[in-house]
Design a protein around this ligand. Structure first.
Ligand code: ZN
Length: 95
């Protein structure tokens, strides 16, 4: 497969650009609520975050993207993300 394009996305926490498949996807719903999309296939405006607790904390504190897109970061979303991230970090820890 020549010239294979790897889709890259920016983390809303640290701002680093990484391959899309290494990031967790969030999708903006019609109510401006953000939903965690583990499948990466939910239709809508997508946001991406590294599977790191540090990035989640940065994303929560970083009001720029939240204001720009008029996003509501619900406690439910934050806990769902934290759970997913901890699972990812656990995998990495096991090598
Ligand atoms: Zn990040």
């Amino acid at each position: 497969m020549r010239g294979k394009h790897i889709p890259m996305r920016t983390c809303v926490g640290c701002g680093v650009i990484s391959p899309k498949k290494t990031l967790l996807r969030l999708v903006l719903t019609t109510e401006n609520g953000l939903k965690f999309d583990p499948t990466g296939k939910f239709p809508g405006r997508g946001f991406y975050i590294c599977p790191k607790v540090a990035c989640l904390e940065k994303a929560i504190k970083n009001k720029n993207w939240v204001k720009k897109f008029n996003i509501l970061l619900s406690p439910d979303l934050i806990s769902a993300l934290r759970e997913a991230i901890e699972k990812e970090e656990g995998k990495v820890g096991q090598g």
